[in-house]
Design a protein around this ligand. Structure first.
Ligand code: NPW
Ligand code: ATP
Ligand code: MG
Length: 368
């Protein structure tokens, strides 16, 4: 809950957001006005509008001021569900990025093997070694282990502002069964879910996990997007009509927000399509998507906080905080990647980009 003492600041931020979103929506530019043959034949025709988001303004307005009256936790508590024998970097990148942007607490729920490694990367992260892969579970133990995993996560779930499912999760069937139950629990608890990496593999094969859930965001890369389009729309990806295709995809999943990563990031919740194409980095080192998923978790939580202060005001009801969170996260990552590249050139790595998250945010929304 937000403290009364900080609500005047939040009301002011909310006013600014309403002003911004008003102009943001009024300035939509029609870039697509002819429906794709195949999609329109299947789903009916529609005119798609897309906007280059005023991402820095959105970012500035949803980032909370550093108010001395706020207590630990109010700037965000997030959890990453991911980390297995193969991948320990991805959950670390997502969880540490959330902290570097400004969240107060960042948890990681991972397998027993991955936990000591992730802890050794950073003492800031709260690491729960509770997940298990099939190789370490006997058939007769499955049911009891699944209940134990769920009970452990349930102790924490309602405290989280957002969970990120998938960075470095792997694709072990038993582990994915446990994660499906964790996602159902999050949904029952109204906790937002950002789905990335192997979480998208899980969701693409079980769309009901997110379908119609307005607090979910999917962040597919090229491959993950291709699989989603094939599953939901039943076509191959058509880059000529990218905005319209994304709109159909988001509608096909019942209004879940989708952030399609690429040269430009495209974001849709089935109502609008926004684009973030500010210059980033030409380096395509692995892990940048993981930074993005942790960032979306923080910024969408902040956007929800701002909007909830004046939720009785009907003019805010059409503003989707998950979309705002995606726009802000995409802009910040791109700016940080650009700064890191200026410094490190070909040697730029994901850890370098993470080091620039703070300076990148400071340039847009100074701490004081
Ligand atoms: N340090 C860590 O721990 C990291 C761990 N990570 C974790 O790894 C897990 C799997 O995620 P992912 O991204 O590797 O899986 P996916 O998207 O299936 O790609 C697989 C293959 O597809 C190809 N390919 C890629 N891009 C392409 C393109 N544009 N166009 C065409 N092809 C393209 C390329 O294949 P190649 O070029 O080798 O043939 C690529 O190798 C997931 O849990 C994630 O979180 C990562 O976050 C990174 C940092
Ligand atoms: N061709 C590109 N040019 C500029 N930026 C890009 C390009 N492709 C991706 N990006 C940016 O890099 C970020 C990560 O996208 P990417 O497609 O690398 O995700 P990913 O494959 O999931 O990454 P990860 O290695 O973490 O799994 C996105 O925010 C996107 O804006
Ligand atoms: Mg990825």
């Amino acid at each position: 809950m937000l403290k009364t003492s900080s609500s005047s600041i939040l009301r002011r931020q909310n006013f600014l957001i309403r002003t911004l979103i008003g102009s943001h929506y009024n300035n939509q530019i029609h870039i697509i006005n002819k429906p794709v043959q195949k999609l329109s034949a299947q789903f009916g025709s529609m005119t798609t509008t897309t906007t280059e988001a005023d991402s820095e303004s959105i970012l500035r307005r949803i980032t909370p001021t550093l108010d001395p009256h706020r207590h630990k936790g109010q700037a965000g508590k997030v959890a990453v569900i991911g980390g297995c024998r193969e991948y320990t970097g991805a959950p670390y990148f997502a969880a540490i990025s959330a902290l570097k942007i400004g969240a107060d607490l960042s948890h990681v729920f991972c397998t027993k093997d991955a936990a000591p490694i992730i802890k050794s990367y950073s003492p800031e992260l709260i690491v729960h070694p509770i997940l298990k892969e099939s190789y370490s579970v006997r058939d007769e133990e499955r049911r009891s282990i699944l209940s134990k995993v769920l009970a452990e996560v349930a102790k924490w779930m309602e405290r989280f502002d957002c969970i990120v499912v998938g960075p470095g999760l792997g694709r072990d069937p038993f582990l994915l069964d446990c994660v499906s139950e964790i996602m159902k629990l999050a949904r029952r608890s109204n906790v937002p879910i950002v789905v990335d990496g192997d979480g998208l593999f899980l969701v693409t094969n079980n769309l009901d996990l997110v379908s119609g859930y307005h607090l979910a965001v999917l962040t597919p890369n090229v491959n993950e997007y291709k699989r989603l389009v094939q599953k939901v729309i039943g076509t191959e990806v058509n880059d000529q009509d990218a905005a319209e295709e994304l709109l159909y995809l988001a509608r096909g999943i019942g209004g879940t927000t989708v952030l399609r990563k690429g040269k430009s990031d495209l974001i849709s919740d089935g109502v609008t399509v926004n684009m973030v194409s500010i210059f980033g980095s030409p380096r395509r080192c692995g892990g940048q998507g993981d930074i993005l998923s942790g960032s979306v978790a923080v910024f969408s939580s902040w956007a929800r906080q701002c909007i909830s202060v004046a939720e009785s005001d009907s003019s805010t009801s059409r503003v989707n905080p998950m979309v705002l969170g995606c726009i802000a996260a995409s802009a910040l990552l791109r700016k940080a990647a650009s700064m890191a590249f200026q410094d490190k050139k070909r040697a730029t790595l994901t850890t370098d980009i993470i080091e620039y998250l703070g300076r990148s945010l400071e340039d847009i929304s100074p701490a004081s």
